[in-house]
Every structure is written in C-alpha cells, then in structure tokens.
Design a protein around this ligand. Structure first.
Ligand SMILES: [Zn+2]
Length: 310
C-alpha cells in the first residue's frame, strides 16, 4: 500500500514510509521490528526548524521510539523517551508513541552547537545524562521505566548496551537517516533474544553468546544503513533478505505511523477552565490572554481569560 506523500518535499512517491513491521523467529526465540519514517518525520521536523545536527538526533530518537513503541501490546499503551542531560548542546529531548501516533521535540543551545565539532559525538551533544524509556502497557496496567546512560558513540549503541546489561535482553539496534531532496528518510531495526518468552521478566539462562542469538544477530548485522532507508525496498523484503534460510519467520500486520499530538484548543480551554479565577487572572497578560505552549507542535494557543467558563 502506498503511503500518501502530501508534503511535496521531494521524497519519491509510493515509497514504503511511515510504518513498522514486526516479525518473530520462533525457532531462535527472537523478535524484531523494522521501521521506516518519511513524511511523518518531515512533518515533525518541520514544526521546529532545528539545525541539521539537531534534526538528526531527533530523527534517530523518533525512529527508536517507533521501534520500542510498536512492541507494546494493544493500541492504547504509550512509550515515552525522555533525555535529561547536563553540560551538552541538548538539555532535553522528549518523544512519545501511542497507537502509532508519534511526536517529539528537544531543547538545545545554539551557541554551544556552534562550538561543537561538525559531526558531534553523543557525548558532545548530550554531555552527561540519561535517557528514560517508559513503557505504559494500557492492556495490563503495567508500567516500567528503564534508565539508559547516554554513553558510547550513538543512541543505538547506548540502548543496545542498556538492554543487554540491565534487562538481560540481548538486542541489536540500528538507526539510519538519509536526506532525500528536502525531505528525510529514517530507518531502524530492533532485534531481541527472548529465550524465556515475551512476558517472563526473569531470564535466568540469557547469555550474550547464546548460539541462537549469535546466529540471528549475525544475519541482522548484514543489513546496511542504505537498505534501512531505501524507500523502494519493502520492509517484508528486508526480513526475507535477512532470514530466508530460517525454517519459520512470522510477519505481523504492518502498523501505520502518523504524526499526532494531544494538544487542541478545546482541551487546553478545559484544563485552564478548571483553575480558580484568581489563578486564571494571574496567568493572563496585559491583554487578558493566557498563552499555553505545546512544545511538541511548537505552537502557542492564546486563550482570552474572559471567555473561560466560570
Ligand atoms: Zn501539540
């Protein structure tokens, strides 16, 4: 199915964009996700107008968000990535995923970016910090948070290391971004070894050198960054290319991705309307307007205090 390409920014039409493909390899106790982002990524980036080095970080974080978010059970769960850092160019990054809807923003210091190297390392961008990954499973009510130290060369490397060391889930993560005309294509793969199944949290026998894992991760590692972002290459073809010699590979239905935010003028009015009148008055400016910002959309919603319900 072709993805609509309404942004007119030079991405090839009929490309395989804005979707996630899940797959499992039962004989190897492995599960995977492949994601490719196009117009959805551009819609999010174009809200902000960040410089290219900063756009790259947000694009990689959004790709990771789609990979991890699509492992949630059911459509109502939410996955949130939030980086809080000190001493780097970027001091805050937030991305989330709910039912295929994605959004994200970050905060950076343009003066510090100007002093950074041309191709800055993860450390130069984030300084010292952590990435909190929060899984909210709406189906089961389960909520847990993983804390990933932002170390190493890339976001993918930091997350791989976190899963292997803290969660005892051997994982492979690759993220890729390509500029295409004035648009972008991002791609990613997540492959994980779950020898005790999807639900068991105690994986006593997990070993990084498990032969099952060595086999599938070696195959997955042959995937090139170019293949990840090749919009002409359908995601199921990628799975086939990597694992066609496995006796059984199950492919899940394609999950479409969209750009979505929960901010809307009526919701904001309702929230502000619940504040006491004195507080509303103290929030209003000289013209009687209360300004509410949505950082995800880089939008400001002015609300006339006198029109709020009393
Ligand atoms: Zn918004």
């Amino acid at each position: 199915m072709a993805s609509p390409n309404g942004n007119g920014q030079g991405l090839p039409v009929n490309g395989e964009y804005d979707r996630v493909l899940g797959f499992t390899i039962p004989g190897r106790h492995a599960r995977g996700r492949l994601v490719r982002l196009g117009p959805v990524l551009d819609a999010i980036l174009s809200n902000h107008g960040y410089p290219p080095a900063i756009e790259r970080v947000l694009a990689e974080a959004l790709t990771l968000t789609a990979l991890l978010g699509s492992t949630l059970k059911g459509a109502e769960g939410q996955l949130t990535l939030q980086a809080q850092t000190q001493g780097g160019v970027i001091d805050l990054l937030v991305c989330d995923y709910r039912g295929g809807e994605m959004r994200g923003y970050l905060r950076h210091d343009p003066d510090r970016l100007a002093e950074a190297p041309v191709d800055p390392s993860l450390f130069a961008l984030f300084g010292k910090g952590y990435l909190a990954i929060t899984f909210d499973q709406a189906v089961t009510g389960e909520r847990y948070q993983g804390i990933v130290p932002l170390e190493g060369g890339s976001l993918a490397e930091a997350v791989e290391k976190y899963f292997a060391q803290s969660e005892q889930i051997p994982s492979l993560v690759r993220l890729s971004l390509r500029a295409e005309g004035r648009g972008h294509v991002a791609g990613g793969i997540l492959l994980q070894h779950l020898p005790e199944g999807e639900d068991g949290r105690d994986r006593i026998h997990t070993r990084l050198d498990h032969p099952e894992w060595e086999h599938v991760s070696t195959l997955a590692a042959t995937l090139t960054l170019g293949e990840l972002t090749d919009a002409a290459l359908p995601l199921d073809r990628v799975v086939w290319r990597l694992f066609n010699e496995e006796p059984e590979v199950r492919v899940l239905p394609i999950l479409p991705l969209s750009r979505g935010c929960r901010c809307n003028p009526q919701h904001i009015r309702d929230v502000i309307g619940r504040f006491p009148a004195e507080e509303q008055a103290s929030m209003a400016d000289a013209e009687g307007l209360i300004h509410v910002d949505c950082e995800f959309c880089a939008r400001r919603f002015p609300i006339a205090a006198e029109t709020l319900p009393r």
